[in-house]
Design a protein around this ligand. Structure first.
Ligand code: SF4
Ligand code: SF4
Length: 165
């Protein structure tokens, strides 16, 4: 029948017009992320990091840059001091192999996703940003964080003792 397609299309429009919307007005409203969500950030605990560079070696894209030096209080089994710990998130595919490779639970995927930049350089996360960022590690690859990661608020920050195994 002529016009049947139009009526079918309109019926879909009308059906959805009266349903509760499942979109939100971002950024005024934000959806709560799931505990294992891999956001657009990394959470790094310098206190736990030895500078072993396993994460950098495992990254298939080679986008983690680490420069270390002997720590003043260095001893056998101790840790290096870190001068550079940069991650070029503009090239990152968020595979989390670096997180999996870290033997000391110093590196985590984070649950934040608001780190857009107008430049490629702005996508590189430098050591000071990692140091000073709020710590909201994802439970991805860290099931011990499942409970905490489900309760984050805007102000949350996990200290290294809570985050480690
Ligand atoms: S998530 Fe994957 S690509 Fe990104 S830094 Fe880690 S290992 Fe490299
Ligand atoms: S984050 Fe983990 S794997 Fe990377 S240098 Fe530090 S301790 Fe080693």
């Amino acid at each position: 029948m002529y016009g049947l397609g139009l009526l079918k299309g309109l019926s879909v429009t009308i059906r959805y017009a009266f349903k509760k919307p499942f979109t939100v007005q971002y950024p005024e409203t934000k959806l709560k992320t799931q505990p294992r969500y891999r956001g657009y950030e990394f959470v790094w605990y310098e206190d736990r990091c030895t500078g072993c560079a396993s994460c950098a070696k495992y990254c298939p894209l080679g986008i983690i840059k680490i420069v270390t030096k002997r720590a003043p209080e260095a001893n056998i089994g101790g840790k290096y001091a870190l001068d550079i710990f940069d991650i070029d998130t503009g090239r990152c595919m968020f595979c989390a192999l670096c997180v999996e490779a870290c033997p000391y639970d110093a590196l985590f995927m984070g649950v934040n996703y608001e780190r857009a930049s107008y430049t490629r350089g702005g996508l590189v996360v430098h050591i000071d940003e990692l140091r000073n960022a709020k710590k909201m590690p994802s439970a991805f690859l860290r099931p011990n964080l499942e409970v905490q990661a489900g309760k984050y608020t805007e102000e949350s920050s996990l200290n290294p003792n809570e985050a480690g195994r």
